[in-house]
Design a protein around this ligand. Structure first.
Ligand code: GDP
Length: 432
């Protein structure tokens, strides 16, 4: 970068009135801008209290200023952070002055984009920054931090280094006559291809754990009309999301509520009572319910504990909950019996949901694949390695190794099509 490193700035803290608002400035002109704003540039990396003035010399704020010269800054450029009093007039005054001094408002993700271009982080780490900013639950935070500290990058770099060695060995096989090479070199190479391939396939075959955790799980609450689904959702999220009524068929559409179970964020879908109906609006609700339930990570099948007939609901993993336990039904055929009205069994249900969510999202364990973008590249690399194993000619095998390496370069951003970078950084908020 640095060729077009004009000086950018952004309010990095949240919108609205707050005690403190943080404004970030970065770029070649950051030092000049800072000197004009607060008299002189404060000592590097030391919090300094300064009066900030507009172009006409009027004081805008008394604020803490942090000066981080290149290259040891977040972006790798000359940077400053201003910790302003958070009032809108102070923030607006400082931003107007920054524009008057030649700064321009940053685009979403522009600070991190610069950090990436200046070699301060690879693409995986940049994505982890975005995930950390978005993290809603403890498990998401841990996953983002694991990616940010480079654990995932180290795994991918390890495979890329082994592929580079394979490439070199392959070249040697082509360039030197057979007799000059130690016996069994080709067999050893193919064995290494098998090992790397098996490791990548193991990483891919993770039931989408990391992606599920990043995106949050979807749990569909399904069951016959009046089974007690709406009441259960309301009890689980602690507020009235779903309409509860004694008339069958009240919930006509799919309602959503957000919750966290076992540190994993979850969207709960209250599906319309699953039953055949002549009413076209209710039939549409039933159709949507079946479709959402089929795509959900987990179906919680609510069964009226007092009548014990389970309707057929499509979908993968499921947990059967017998409702209305306070009415004396034993719910023997269910996994958990609850009363959403009295709270009986609700703690056990939360515990079960937490355990299933952690299992599905792989909240513990080795670094998991977190994005479809990485999955696509790894599938490409695995495909190339499979071809390499089958290749009849040594020259073709070398080409397959290079293709696999290219895919790893895509993940870390060493080989970056501009569209990939745009899509990665476009998802950031302004000020990151
Ligand atoms: P849905 O159609 O499956 O969403 O069912 P609702 O949540 O609307 O509940 C249907 C009826 O069952 C309502 O009258 C609720 O008050 C009642 N109900 C739901 N849960 C319980 C419960 O745990 N105990 C008792 N006694 N009644 C319940």
């Amino acid at each position: 970068m640095t060729a077009d490193a004009d000086t950018i700035f952004a309010v990095a803290s949240g919108a609205g009135r707050a005690a403190i608002a943080v404004v970030r400035v970065s770029g070649d002109g950051a030092g000049t801008v800072l000197a004009r704003l607060c008299g002189r540039v404060p000592p590097a990396r030391r919090a300094s209290l300064r009066s900030l003035r507009d172009a006409g010399g009027e004081i805008l704020d008394r604020a803490v200023v942090l000066w981080c010269p290149a290259p040891s800054s977040y972006t790798g450029e000359d940077s400053a952070e201003l910790f302003l009093h958070g009032g809108p007039a102070v923030v607006a005054g400082v931003c107007e002055t920054l524009v008057a001094l030649g700064g321009r408002p940053a685009e979403p993700g522009e600070f991190t984009r610069r950090a990436f271009f200046n070699g301060r982080m690879d693409l995986l780490e940049a994505e982890a920054v975005a995930d950390l900013v978005e993290a809603e639950s403890s498990a998401q935070r841990r996953q983002a931090l694991r990616q940010l500290d480079g654990a995932l990058g180290a795994l991918y770099r390890g495979w890329a280094e082994r592929l580079t060695r394979l490439c070199a060995q392959q070249e040697a096989l082509i360039d030197f006559p057979d007799e000059a090479l130690p016996d069994g070199q080709e067999a050893a190479m193919l064995a290494e291809v098998d090992t790397v391939l098996a490791e990548i396939e193991g990483h891919l075959d993770d039931d989408r754990r990391g992606e599920r955790l990043r995106e949050g799980l979807v749990i569909a609450i399904a069951g016959a009309p009046n089974a007690g689904k709406s009441t259960l959702i309301n009890a689980l999220v602690g507020r009235d999301v779903a309409i509860v009524a004694p008339t069958a068929g009240t919930t006509r559409d799919v309602l959503e509520a957000r919750a966290v179970f076992g540190g994993v964020p979850v969207t709960l879908l209250d599906t319309a009572g699953v039953r055949a109906s002549d009413d076209p609006i209710e039939s549409e609700g039933v159709r949507r319910a079946r479709a959402r339930a089929a795509a959900a990570d987990l179906v919680v099948l609510v069964q009226d504990g007092t009548d014990d007939i389970a309707p057929a609901v499509p979908g993968g993993r499921r947990l059967v909950v017998a409702s209305k336990a306070d009415l004396g039904a034993d719910g023997r055929s269910a996994d958990v019996a609850v009363s959403a009205l009295t709270g009986l069994g609700m703690a056990q249900l939360r515990e079960r949901l937490g355990a299933i969510a952690q299992d599905l999202a792989g909240a513990a364990g080795p670094p998991a694949l977190t994005r479809p973008r990485h999955r696509a590249a790894l599938l490409g690399a695995a495909g190339a390695l499979r071809r390499a194993r089958e290749a009849s000619q040594a020259e073709l095998r070398g080409e397959d190794f290079r293709t696999a390496l290219l895919e790893f370069g895509r993940i870390t951003g060493r080989i970056g099509a501009e569209q990939v970078l745009d899509s990665v950084f476009g998802q950031f908020c302004i000020g990151k």
